[in-house]
Structures are given as structure tokens and as C-alpha cells.
Design a protein around this ligand. Structure first.
Ligand code: SF4
Ligand code: SF4
Length: 437
């Protein structure tokens, strides 16, 4: 018998999993601490909010405390009830000081009125659903407001939805656990989005390395009568989180870097997004907490946790028993694509999905390129990373443009595979920030 070919994309790299210590353990709910910090830049930098409360105000859990400057933005809600104690700049994961509302949690979780009444989504119009999603403050892992993505999907009359349930980077298992623990909520979130976009087929992409999730999703999908949920088993390879690579893998459609997925008729949504859509539309709950993989080789008790937005990273680590050895770096995001933070006094935001405490040895020093071509083979965007590296170091923007630097999706695959430890991706990123951002 000929073995079935597992769909994948060109280039990329299979990363070590390092997932076994968290993917089989139930997610832990962490109670919120006494002091909660809500950054007014919770999402993408294009969608900053301004505080709409004052020091001394008593507030309710789920109350709006930050309103977006831009019409397209979404509000920030308090994830606890209590009293506003400070409004001042605090450290953001990206290293900037950002205006924040600090709330003294009174421990009562007194709820604000729901943003919508609990009801059957099939009786809701598209506009009503989009309005609930916007009021609930839902954004994707890149910080893009979900209602905006769905609005543009509706305008462009897309024909396909891909729920990207993969997480190909090492350590990350938040999606894995959520799919095992809350599959009904996730599938129903997908059904709500299909209903709003007038579609009746949804794809869920999941890696071949997760047979427990595949079996569960296949079982649940087979029970669906009104819509078709197709489970697409894909090869686990980085950067599957990228929309270009997941759409190519699942649907075989490619699109130029100057286009968005909606331009080729597809919207990609993530697991936490889908689950929150379900909770907001069905129960009127705004986005108040995140499921976060807390792992790395400096943790004795790595786990996935449900933590309220506004909880400090240090509180989460302490809650899991602290570090087993001093980490050399703490990363929020994946080990390849995430951001190393300079302090643990940074709060969970809407885009937090992992905290990794790593003791990885310092990177070996860069050596001259040996022209092995590995970076070229591995680049999922068909770029020439070694050449980009040279031109970036020479600050030659004209040549960088000729080499299509703006197509780089910053996946860092080139740096990962380079035997000479060239800091290729870093040099490309610096050049993009300097002349092309
Ligand atoms: S050049 Fe950019 S897109 Fe290509 S592998 Fe490197 S970081 Fe990824
Ligand atoms: S992988 Fe490293 S050594 Fe090999 S061609 Fe690319 S930059 Fe040069």
C-alpha cells in the first residue's frame, strides 16, 4: 500500500518537540493576584487604547477600562473587580514603557453587565456577531482585532476558513491542551464564524504528532449535521503559525507578500480566538484570560495555565514553584520567534500564549559563511538569507530590496539551520526596521 502523503509546505524546519512534560497534564487555573496591571497597548501597536477610568474608581470584572484611539481598535477590560490604584507607564513585553491602568483586586470578581445576552447564535445577524466580538476585545495572536479580520473576510466574500490548531515551535502545548479540554467550545466558535460568514465548511489543521487530538476532533466533526468540519492532518514543521504556510499546506493556495489571506478567499483563525468567540457570543464574556504554556528547561513544574490578563509573569512562575535553576533568558512567545523579556514585572496581555524560562548556553560566536546553502533550502519564502545577511550588514537597502527583503516573515528558520551561527534573521529584522518597516 502506498503511504498517504502528509501535506506540508516548501522549506521550513522540524524543531525538537520538548512538549511531553506539559501536553499530558491538565491546565491549571491560577487565581489572580492582588495587583493587576492592564497595558493600554494590549495588541498590535496600531490599536492602542487610552484609559477611561480614574485613580480611585471602583470597577467591576469585565468593565471597560481602556477605549481604543482608532475606530478599528478594541477596548481593554478589567479581568478582576477592585479599585484603580494607579495610571502610569509600565513595562511592555516589547521593552517599551506603555500607559497602564493598575487595579487593586478586591477578590470578589463582581461582574459587570454582560456585553451581550446569552442566546442562540443562529438567531444573530452577521453585524450583531461582529459587534459582540469587537465589544469583547478579541484579538488574534498577532494582536489583530478579530472583528476586523472577519469584516474584511465578509467584504471579500471568502470561501474558506482555516482554524490553525498547530503549534510547531518547541515547548508550546497550549493549543494541544485546549483542544483536549475545550473541544466543544472551539468547534462551536468555528461554527459561529462560519454562520457569520455564511459558509458551511471549516478546516481544522492539526499536526500528525497529536493523535489524541486528531481522534477527538474526528469524532466530534463526524457528529456535525449543519456544517462540515474537515480535519486536515499536516506535517509538524516551523513556521506553520504563518498564514502563508498554513494556507499553502491546507488548501494549496499561495499568495504574494503584498496580499492578505482574504484576497485569496481565506481567513485563518487561531484556537484561543475561536474559543473566545464562542464564550463572548454565547455568554457575553469579554476576553479576560489566556491559556499560557509555562515551560522551559529551568522549570521544575512546567504546565499550561489559565491566567487572567493583567497577571504579572513573576506571579505565574511563583505559582508553579519558581525556577529550578536560574534562567539565562525568559521568552514570551515561541523559542524561535518570541521576545526575550528584560523583567518578570510584565503583565499577561491579550497576545500572551507562552512563557519559557531557558538556560540555553549563549549562542556560539558567528563564523564566516561556508556557502552550504542550508538557509536557502530552509527559507519558506524562497529568499536568499545568506545574501540578505551580507547586504543587511553592509546596509545596502537597494540590494536588499532587490532580494525582496520585505517578503521575509521573520520566522528565524535561516538562523536556526545555519552551521556558522550567522545571526541572519536578526540582521534582516534590523534592516527592515531601519529602512523598510
Ligand atoms: S529569510 Fe526570513 S523568511 Fe526566510 S528563513 Fe530567514 S527569517 Fe524566515
Ligand atoms: S546556512 Fe549559514 S553558512 Fe550556510 S549558506 Fe546560509 S549563512 Fe552561509
Amino acid at each position: 500500500l502506498k503511504a498517504l502523503k502528509i501535506p506540508t509546505f516548501k522549506g521550513g524546519v522540524v524543531l525538537p518537540e520538548n512538549k511531553l512534560n506539559t501536553c499530558h497534564i491538565p491546565t491549571k487555573n491560577i487565581s489572580p493576584p492582588k495587583i493587576m496591571t492592564y497595558l493600554m497597548q494590549q495588541q498590535n501597536a496600531d490599536f492602542v487604547c487610552e484609559p477611561c477610568v480614574s485613580v480611585g474608581d471602583n470597577i467591576l470584572m469585565g468593565q471597560v477600562i481602556g477605549q481604543p484611539f482608532s475606530r478599528d481598535g478594541v477596548p481593554v477590560h478589567s479581568s478582576v473587580s477592585g479599585r484603580v490604584s494607579e495610571i502610569e507607564p509600565r513595562l511592555h513585553p516589547n521593552g517599551d514603557m506603555i500607559q497602564a491602568v493598575v487595579v487593586e483586586n478586591n477578590g470578589f470578581d463582581t461582574p459587570a453587565p454582560a456585553i451581550a445576552l446569552s442566546r442562540d447564535y443562529r438567531g444573530l445577524s452577521r453585524d450583531e456577531i461582529f459587534s459582540i466580538i469587537r465589544k469583547a476585545g478579541i484579538v488574534d495572536t498577532n494582536g489583530i482585532p478579530t472583528h476586523l479580520k472577519l469584516l474584511s473576510s465578509a467584504e471579500q466574500k471568502i470561501d474558506s476558513i482555516v482554524l490553525n490548531a498547530t503549534e510547531a515551535e518547541s515547548y508550546l502545548t497550549a493549543n494541544h491542551r485546549l483542544l483536549l479540554e475545550k473541544p466543544y467550545e472551539i468547534i462551536n466558535g468555528l461554527k459561529i464564524i462560519l454562520h457569520a460568514l455564511d459558509l458551511n465548511v471549516g478546516h481544522i489543521a492539526i499536526e500528525e504528532t497529536k493523535p489524541d487530538v486528531i481522534n477527538l476532533l474526528n469524532e466530534l466533526a463526524s457528529r456535525e449535521k449543519d456544517v462540515k468540519i474537515q480535519i486536515v492532518i499536516v506535517k509538524s514543521k516551523h513556521p506553520l503559525h504563518s498564514e502563508r504556510q498554513i494556507i499553502d499546506t491546507v488548501l494549496g493556495r499561495k499568495f504574494s507578500p503584498f496580499k492578505q489571506s482574504q484576497d485569496i478567499g481565506v481567513a485563518v483563525i487561531d484556537v484561543q480566538n475561536c474559543r473566545q468567540v464562542y464564550r463572548s457570543v454565547m455568554f457575553g464574556t469579554p476576553l479576560l484570560h489566556k491559556t499560557i504554556t509555562v515551560s522551559g528547561n529551568c522549570l521544575g513544574n512546567p504546565l499550561n495555565v489559565n491566567a487572567r490578563i493583567g497577571t504579572s509573569f513573576s506571579y505565574i512562575f511563583d505559582n508553579l514553584g519558581g525556577f529550578s535553576s536560574e534562567p539565562k533568558k525568559v521568552i514570551t512567545g515561541g523559542p524561535l520567534t518570541g521576545t526575550a523579556v528584560s523583567s518578570l514585572d510584565i503583565p499577561v496581555t491579550k497576545t500572551t500564549y507562552s512563557l519559557l524560562a531557558l538556560n540555553n548556553a549563549e549562542l556560539p560566536p558567528e563564523e564566516p559563511c561556508i556557502r552550504c546553502g542550508r538557509c536557502v533550502t530552509a527559507c519558506p519564502m524562497n529568499l536568499m538569507p545568506a545574501e540578505l545577511n551580507i547586504q543587511a550588514l553592509n546596509i545596502n537597502f537597494e540590494n536588499l530590496e532587490k532580494l525582496n527583503i520585505s517578503d521575509c516573515i521573520e520566522c528565524r528558520t535561516c538562523s536556526y539551520v545555519c552551521p556558522a551561527h550567522r545571526h541572519i534573521a536578526q540582521s534582516i529584522n534590523n534592516a527592515k526596521r531601519g529602512g523598510f518597516a
